[in-house]
Ligand binder design. Sequence first.
Ligand SMILES: [Zn+2]
Length: 218
Amino acid sequence: MIKFLEKLLNIIYIQSCYFCKSTKDESIICKDCYNKIHFLPPSVLRRLNNSDTYACCIYDGIIKKLIRDLKYNNKKKLAPLGANFLYEYIQKLNLNSDYVIIPVPISKGRLKERHYNHMDIIAEKLSKLTKHKTEKNLIIRIKDTKKQYKLHKQERIENIKDAFKINTEINLQKNTPLLIIDDITSTGITFQEIIKELKNAGYNEITAIALSTPDIWN
Ligand SMILES: [Zn+2]
C-alpha cells in the first residue's frame, strides 16, 4: 500500500521538463533542452547612445517558447528560468556593483489585456538572484505601440518613437547605474529610445540586456 502511494505521489510530483515533457532530470528544463539553447558570448551586441547593449541567447526553439508562453499564455512559472539565464550572463559582464534593475514597461492598455508585465516578474526573480534592487516605475510607456514583430524595420522605428518617458516622481540618484532588461532585442530601437530618455533625464550609466535576439548577424 505504501509503495503504491509512493508511486502515485511520484507521478503527481515529479517535475517534468516544460519543453519536452521528459521526467529524467526532474527539472523544469532537462539537460537535452538546455543544450539546445544558443547562448551568446558576453560581448556587446550594439552600442546605442553611448551605452552597451547585450543579448543572452538567440531567439529560437526553447527560448522562443519560453518567452511566448510567459508573455501570452500566463506561464509565470517560466520567469525564474528566464531570470536565471540573465543572471548567468550578467555574471560574465563587468557591471558596476551598485546597479538597479529596470524592466522595460508595457503600456497601460496592454497591462489591462494581459494583467501582468512578464518583464516585471523576471526582474523580481533577477533581483533575488543578484541582490540588486528593481525599480519598475522609472520608465513609463506612454504610447500604446503595435506589436513590434509584425512590423518592418522603418515601421518599428516610427512605432516606438517617443513611446517612453521618465517618471520624475521616482527618487533615484542620477548617478545610479541602471541595468535595463527586456525579452527580445531585434533592431535595438526599444533600447535606443529608453536610453535616450534616461540620458535626457540625467542618468548616464546605462547598460541594457535582452534575454534574446533574433538577428545577431545583421
Ligand atoms: Zn526537455
